[in-house]
Design a protein around this ligand. Sequence first.
Ligand code: F0G
Length: 453
Amino acid sequence: MKTIIEPFRIKSVEPLRMSTPAERRAWLAEAGWNLFRLPAERVIIDLLTDSGTGAMSSEQWAGVMRGDESYAGAPSFYRFLEAVQGLTGFTGVLPTHQGRASERLLCELLLGRGDAGRGKVVPNNAHFDTTRANVEHHGAEALDLLTDVGRQPSAVAPFKGDLDVARLEGLLRERAADVPFVMVTVTCNTNGGQPVSLANLRAVRALCDRFGKPLFLDACRFAENAWLIKQREPGQGDRPVAAIVRDMFDLACGATISAKKDGLVNTGGVLLLRDPALLQRASELLILTEGFVTYGGLAGRDLEAMAVGFREVVDEDYLRYRVRSVEYLGERLLEAGVSIVRPPGGHAIYIDATSVCPHIPRGRFPGQALACALYEQGGVRSCEIGSVMLGAAATMELVRLAIPRRTYTQSHIDYVVEVVAEVRAQADALGGFELVEAPPALRHFTARFRPVA
Ligand code: F0G
């Protein structure tokens, strides 16, 4: 059959609260034109993030009931450990409360406490906001090394998440002593949820070996990346996704994972480490700031949900539906004449705001203008990924429509397409924004804006 259906049925539902454009206009003003400041009940379709917003399966809820809350050595921890070891091949597995906690531990271990990382540089295909903030918090520079094609929204290429190996080699030749580790983000969130190929990971690893540098994955969306490798990389089409996942992790010395994405849970994270000495130091730090090594700041029930989620996420029927439903949104938007990052990636569609609002200069935040207009028009909450979120590091002005896992139906998505098309038809009338107040780091979460004509 040609139609790819949701490989699940719905057992429990949550009502959506409807609202009018006039109500939403007033709510936007109240929220300082920052969608992060909106109460979620004022949103109809929430595409702010795919992080922690998915639906858990009945097996995961059963796991929640099975959760054992012993402080040390809970059976839930061992089930979590077995699932993660089976998936990744790593024996050094620490639970954390979410991805950024894993990033903080890694940065403190490899860059040093406080701003001891001053003068150091951490290369990545592209840092996501929290990863960048953690690297910079420890004094180091977070350097993005995407390929040229990865930075052009409309250029179609299979692996726009690939790290530019030649530029990494140039950096290592010039400043090897300043590079404590290399990171690769799979899939690459900041440029469209674009996948990284196995060939690129192998080339990066070979380069890291030549210069004696450890390679770490930011592996939040490892399963979507593996599925896209299966679809797009020569020679990978007949291999099980689980084998591709294993190949990806085999190339890394460690990984930070936010289980809120491909762990299919509402909260949870993982830090993977191969080096026993580093694992020992990470365990000590974990106990100091997150919790004992067998719970890492989580409840036993969270560990159970992760154990099940990490198995369910490599189910190929699930991944086929997941990636196809994102692609469907992308195709419909392209049909409606909306410029998006092409090809569609794993977890979201990213609208090119500079193309929809060419009259709004970058300093007036075209992505913020578009995101606010989508909310006002249809109650659709999206996320600016451009100059508001990334500041000077932004290479594109994007608005991300992130699809929570197993949560919305095709008619929800059809409604979103209609809202975007309607906003695009009137985009000439949109004005830009200026910042009223913002903190120095991760400003997009709490900043306030003012519309400018
Ligand atoms: N790395 C990447 C690539 C991410 O996308 C995120 C989170 C993190 C790390 C941090 O994980 O939230 O569990 O601490 N991304 C979410 C998003 C917030 O909306 O893309 P966390």
